[in-house]
Design a protein around this ligand. Structure first.
Ligand code: AMP
Length: 113
């Protein structure tokens, strides 16, 4: 079955893309949970954090760098932001393609859960 985030990475499905380079795509979440809510994904399909292998370490590190760059572009670096990866059912992962949520632009709840 076609993976939605693979289709966004390939351009087959439209998204509000804020960054695309080096095998990584960042785009605005369609149902934002904060003033800034951006998803950062590897273009190559990785189902989730549990499927990351040593061969993925460069691109997975790049996800964090791109998320930090996106946060700078959003102007939220000084006030802070949160990066989240949901893995599996209990975490509420709904799309089986690894993605980092960048959330910010308002105070975020603590503790985390
Ligand atoms: P997760 O629950 O961690 O798997 O996160 C999946 C996220 O993808 C949710 O926050 C959704 O709102 C978001 N999402 C689903 N479909 C799209 C889409 N077509 N474009 C942008 N974001 C999407």
């Amino acid at each position: 079955m076609a993976c939605l985030f693979c289709q966004i990475a390939s351009g087959e499905v439209a998204a509000n893309i804020v960054y695309k380079s080096e095998g990584v795509t960042a785009f605005r979440d369609v149902a934002p949970q904060a003033p800034t809510h951006i998803l950062v994904i590897p273009d190559r399909h990785i189902a989730g954090a549990a499927e990351v292998t040593s061969a993925d370490e460069v691109v997975v590190g790049r996800l964090v760098r791109v998320a930090a760059e996106a946060a700078r572009m959003e102007g939220i670096t000084d006030r802070g932001y949160r990066l989240i990866i949901n893995q599996g059912h209990d975490a509420g992962q709904s799309i089986d393609h690894l993605h980092v949520h960048l959330l910010g632009g308002r105070p975020l709840p603590t503790p985390l859960v």
